[in-house]
Design a protein around this ligand. Structure first.
Ligand code: PTJ
Length: 249
């Protein structure tokens, strides 16, 4: 990896870029994953590159939904594995939840590479290779999923999504938790709970909430979920961005 001095004012951002760039070379991230990352960076810049209190709350509620689920699944793609593979695995252990690889640019080789990467980081079982079921209403490869994984899940965490799958998952009656830095995206607007935060901060924070909320009783967790108003959450985020921009000049 390219040497980046720790004193560089954009050290964290440059390290993340290096990780994504390396993962493109290793065949884990699709080349268009670079474009998706750039769009994410732009929104993160507008948010001030930090977890806002509203995002922290969304992360808490997401954790509650995962803990209350009967069959929760964390769906991962190339970018997610390049950035937060280890945190996804430990989050899956805490909940406990299944991990499934689900790709837009799906090839057998990429599925194998990403699954192997997760296994190398310690994942005990990775779903997504069987692809013995289909999410109805989707014409592309993201429809392919495992019957024992996403297809039969009641709650699906979709960090860094590409749009219509979260709507299709909702139509199947599932609860969708999305992590997306863009509060205007279709994914953000169609999920039950949208975390407007960078996956690099969101997954570790959901993990932290996992340790805290694990001992809460189900009624307390259910109350948190019922109180959540996702539309309000998105409105708050957009309003935060516009106020912040107005206050800068
Ligand atoms: O690995 P594959 O084949 O499944 O392909 C994955 C990509 C990312 C290429 C595919 O899902 C895609 O094209 O995604 P989009 O439509 O560009 O959407 C990605 C969304 O994620 C955008 O709304 C970005 O703002 C957001 N995003 C990008 N990086 C991050 C992010 N959100 C949170 N954290 C990030 N680090």
């Amino acid at each position: 990896m390219k040497e980046i001095p720790k004193t560089h004012p954009r050290y964290a951002s440059l390290i993340t870029r290096e990780k994504i760039s390396q993962a493109v070379k290793n065949g884990i991230v699709h080349e268009t994953g670079l474009i998706a990352h750039g769009r994410g960076e732009a929104f993160d810049y507008l948010l001030g590159e930090k977890t806002l209190p509203q995002a922290d709350m969304a992360e808490k509620v997401s954790t509650a939904a995962l803990l209350c689920a009967k069959s929760p699944v964390i769906s991962v793609n190339g970018n997610v594995v390049a950035l937060v593979a280890e945190d996804c695995i430990s989050l899956a252990d805490i909940i406990p939840a299944k991990i499934e690889v689900n790709l837009f640019h799906r090839t057998k080789k990429r599925i194998e590479k990403i699954s192997k990467e997760l296994s190398n980081y310690g994942a005990k079982k990775v779903y997504g290779q069987k692809a013995d079921a289909k999410i109805p209403g989707l014409e592309h490869s993201r429809s392919l999923c495992d019957r024992e994984g996403i297809y039969s899940a009641d709650v699906v965490l979709v960090p860094l999504e590409d749009g219509d799958r979260s709507q299709a998952l909702r139509k199947m009656g599932k609860t969708v938790i999305a992590i997306d830095l863009n509060p205007l995206s279709r994914t953000a607007r169609s999920a039950n709970i949208t975390v407007i935060d960078n996956v690099t901060r969101a997954i570790p924070n959901i993990k932290k909430w996992g340790y805290k909320l694990k001992n809460f009783n189900k009624n307390e967790l259910q109350a948190l979920i019922e109180m959540w108003d996702n539309e309000n959450n998105l409105r708050d985020m957009v309003s935060y961005i516009s106020k912040r921009l107005n206050s800068l000049f």
